[in-house]
Write a protein that binds this ligand. Structure first.
Ligand SMILES: [Zn+2]
Ligand SMILES: [Zn+2]
Length: 257
């Protein structure tokens, strides 16, 4: 039987969610999810609203409680979504030595502003914004040390298009493959009316062609209702590309489902 797993979710351990871990677990169980991975924001950019919000002790206590309460119904993974490990290497080292199941690497900020903040376009063109984003993503994967690249083409979620040169796409994907970093299919853009996930078929196809295999699916849910959203879309997408292996992370090790 196929294991259903949502590899990217947030609770109120993250600054931008009000949902309790309990409500997220209950929704996941209702939706037939077998494994839920909490991937709470860890942000060290002082301009990020989530700066120093993450409370490791509180998070660990909650995870223990949830595992006790729901252990017969769902597996609960403890993870984080770390913004720019390459820029906060000391802080990352500390998180990296913790007892996490999964660490997502993300780029959320350009020039100390959120990627989706359209005031960035007062200083640069949309082409430049995407160029800057992907340069940072390349730095991020070169630094490595985390398990999955979250929302590969993140600015697409806000600007409803993707501007990416073949050369830099291949450089990022090749580096991920070399370092054993998995690629996430993030279904969040579909909920915003975009016609494809993040990334879409072209990037996933390229990843496979270059030799990449490890894929995770994440809803990026910040509310219980969004857990597992559009997973049928993601399954079809994976099936349409040869040689991709869907899986999840437990104790930082990729396991195929
Ligand atoms: Zn993110
Ligand atoms: Zn997220």
């Amino acid at each position: 039987m196929k294991i259903l797993t949502d590899q990217h979710t947030h609770s109120n351990i993250s600054e931008d969610s009000q949902a309790t871990l309990d409500s997220m677990c209950r929704s996941a169980i209702d939706k037939g999810i077998d494994i839920i991975s909490f991937t709470e924001h860890v942000d060290f950019n002082p301009r990020d609203p989530g700066y120093h919000f993450f409370n490791e002790q509180k998070y660990s206590n909650e995870i223990i409680k949830m595992r006790q309460k729901y252990s017969d119904r769902i597996q609960i993974m403890k993870g984080v979504e770390f913004d720019a490990p390459n820029l906060y290497s000391r802080e990352f080292k500390q998180i990296n030595s913790g007892d996490y199941d999964i660490i997502l690497g993300s780029v959320h900020m350009i020039d100390n502003k959120f990627v989706g903040d359209s005031s960035l376009l007062e200083k640069m063109t949309l082409e430049e914004l995407f160029k800057r984003y992907y340069e940072q993503l390349l730095d991020l994967v070169r630094f490595g040390g985390f398990d999955v690249v979250a929302h590969f083409d993140f600015p697409k979620r806000y600007y409803m298009k993707n501007i990416l040169s073949e050369r830099i796409a291949e450089e990022i994907l090749n580096t991920m493959i070399e370092k054993g970093i998995a690629l996430e299919i993030n279904t969040s853009p579909l909920r915003r009316g975009y016609h494809e996930s993040s990334p879409g078929k072209d990037i996933l196809g390229k990843y496979a062609t270059l030799g990449g295999t490890m894929i995770t699916i994440g809803s990026d849910a910040h509310i219980p209702e969004n857990i597992g959203a559009d997973f049928d879309y993601a399954f079809k997408l994976i099936q349409s590309i040869n040689d991709l292996t869907l899986g999840y992370f437990k104790k930082r090790v990729f396991k195929a489902v």
